[in-house]
Design a protein around this ligand. Sequence first.
Ligand code: ZN
Length: 309
Amino acid sequence: MSTLLIHHPSFLEHVTPIGHPERPDRIRAIDRILEHERFQALEREQAPVGTIEQAALAHPEAFVQEIKDAVPETGLTRIDADTVISPGSWKAAMRGVGGVCQAVDEVMAGKVKNAFCAIRPPGHHAEKDRAMGFCLFNNVAVAARWAKKQHGVERVAIMDFDVHHGNGTQDIFWSDTSVMYTSTHQMPLYPGTGAVNETGAGNTIVNAPLRAGDGGAEFREAMEVAILPRIEDFRPDLVIISAGFDAHHRDPLGQINLVEADYAWVTAKLMDIADRSANGRVVSVLEGGYDLEGLAKSVAAHVMTLMKA
Ligand code: ZN
């Protein structure tokens, strides 16, 4: 069965200052590699505009409105040291929200087996009521809550292999035992959270930190020892991937040395678990990844693996 690619030109309209790593060229690099004929079988759909109600599944509605009101008519508005919004940011963020919900809808309906959402701005640092770390709304948290609300899904497992810890996703699901949040990430590194002893109110948060200099062997061991068995035991009805590719060896923001084959490997492992408890349902959502070549090649390996379902 097929793999859905969610994309939209609006994701180029969220503009950041010159030299900022989270830039529109990231989407251009992904679009370019996915145009190759080996990706011809992808089902391609443009992300629809999401609703404030959808964003408010993961955030207080007042916070969503606050972001909307902060969007400048011209120029850039800084929200924190490294998070900015531009005139096109609201549309990009809402297409991101709409895109992940659409991916959930199609995967839950069985129209496609799995989906990859090539969206920006990323989301996993966005806490309940705080935009930070390049992130405005927590896209994967919206997707998980949408699956529960709209499709009656009981358990969602999120696996976040971005090099940074998804403090926002952890914050949102800290006391929500229907959603398991698992993460590998470099530590110490921004944002500073993600220690092994951060396990959530109901022991459904699983953090497996890596050290600077670690590579594929340490990553795979962390996955096999600490994370995959926990997701398997949780028996998720849907697996969501916070797919950041900044643990790639070329990436300027982290010091983990993953290669494309590691991303293919972890994708296949998560698909295996999804096959056993979730009828194969996987929704993957782009987070970080700041070296354009490393990002594009890693996305290609990830999506090519999803297409083998
Ligand atoms: Zn990251």
